[in-house]
Design a protein around this ligand. Structure first.
Ligand code: NDP
Length: 305
């Protein structure tokens, strides 16, 4: 087997955003209304600031409203909850996203639990998680939804489908691993969830037609764990020291998968950066549009269901 095809998350995300932009135009023509997203950022986490800035940029580019609420790290939990209640009550806001992680000492579950499920564009409330696990329609978490789209497209390029494939997901977080498992199950994959207590992870991975790594450990997944011809979706974003003497940057981003060795066995693999990351934002925009349509009883534009 030669080198894997890189899965171009940037390009696929741009295509999704373009479709959303067109749907937003149609909604505006029909109803004179633009969906709006409110993002709440607490504290000054550098990575979060970068994510929030891109969310803002792409929301605007898609023709939707984007409002940002930046609060100091020492904001009392009750003040944060009061803001969420105000956003819940504001009929012009369709989506509410609280950027994670919240500062230490804040009860994340309590805060997220205040978001009106109809506006839960991150898909993290108990209602959204319950709907996902019961197989009922609802707003799905963005990163895992992006993983499914990327895996589907990589398989489609080979004339194949997700149904019946064995999908191994490493990681069982509320944000990524667990919802990814339900979403791949919904696509009729046979799903295995691996985690820090999994025995002989390498041989569990070796059975995967689709391997999703959402661990947060730089380059942990080795090429010899990857089945020949598998699709590898690397969710990890890890900042590590840059060992390239020619580069001026002291640090660089790597995934949870050792890209070079995995690419020598996989059929297709997502790069980091430029794989799953851009899809997360595209799915956030899709959720904002869906939330707007569902709240107002408008039909969901074709191709975005
Ligand atoms: P968490 O830390 O919440 O979860 C990590 C999971 O990996 C846990 O379930 C843990 O198992 C498991 N794990 C840890 N060590 C091992 C090990 N040695 N072997 C097997 N499993 C292990 O992380 P997240 O799910 O929030 O994020 C995962 C990665 O994805 C991070 O790098 C994060 O930055 C990135 N990310 C990227 C996004 C994107 O848009 N591309 C969005 C969100 C996250 P256990 O439960 O047993 O502890």
């Amino acid at each position: 087997m030669g080198m894997a095809t890189p899965i171009d998350g940037k390009k696929i995300a741009a295509q999704v955003r373009e479709k959303i932009g067109e749907a937003v135009k149609i909604l505006h023509d029909q109803h004179n209304y633009r969906p709006s997203l409110a993002v709440v950022l607490v504290g000054e986490d550098a990575a979060s600031q970068v994510y929030v800035a891109s969310k803002h940029k792409f929301t605007r580019e898609a023709g939707m409203g984007s409002l940002q609420h930046e609060l100091p790290a020492d904001t009392p939990e009750d003040a944060l909850i009061a803001l969420i209640k105000t956003l819940n009550a504001d009929d012009n806001i369709d989506g509410i996203l609280v950027q994670l992680p919240l500062p230490d000492g804040v009860d994340t579950a309590r805060v997220i639990g205040q978001i009106d499920p109809a506006k839960d564009v991150d898909g993290l409330t108990e209602t959204s998680a319950g709907r996902l696990s019961l197989g009922r329609p609802g707003l799905r978490p963005c990163t895992p939804a992006g993983c499914v789209i990327l895996a589907k497209q990589a398989l489609a390029a080979q004339g194949e489908v997700l149904s019946g494939k064995h999908c191994v997901i490493i990681g069982r977080s509320i944000l990524v691993g667990k919802p990814a498992a339900f979403l791949f199950l919904e696509q009729n994959c046979t799903v295995t969830i691996a985690h820090s207590r999994t025995k002989d992870l390498a041989s569990v991975c070796a059975g995967a037609d689709i391997l999703v790594a959402a661990v947060g450990r730089p380059e942990m997944v080795q090429g010899n764990w990857v089945k020949e011809g598998a699709i590898v979706i690397d969710v990890g974003i890890n900042r590590v020291a840059n060992d390239n003497p020619k580069s001026k940057r002291k640090t660089k981003l790597v995934g949870d998968v050792d890209y070079i060795s995995a690419a020598s066995r996989a059929a297709a693999i997502t790069p980091v950066p430029g794989g799953v990351g851009p899809m997360t934002i595209a799915c956030l925009l899709r959720n904002t549009l869906l939330a707007a349509c569902l709240r107002r009883g408008w039909p969901v534009p074709k191709g975005l269901e």
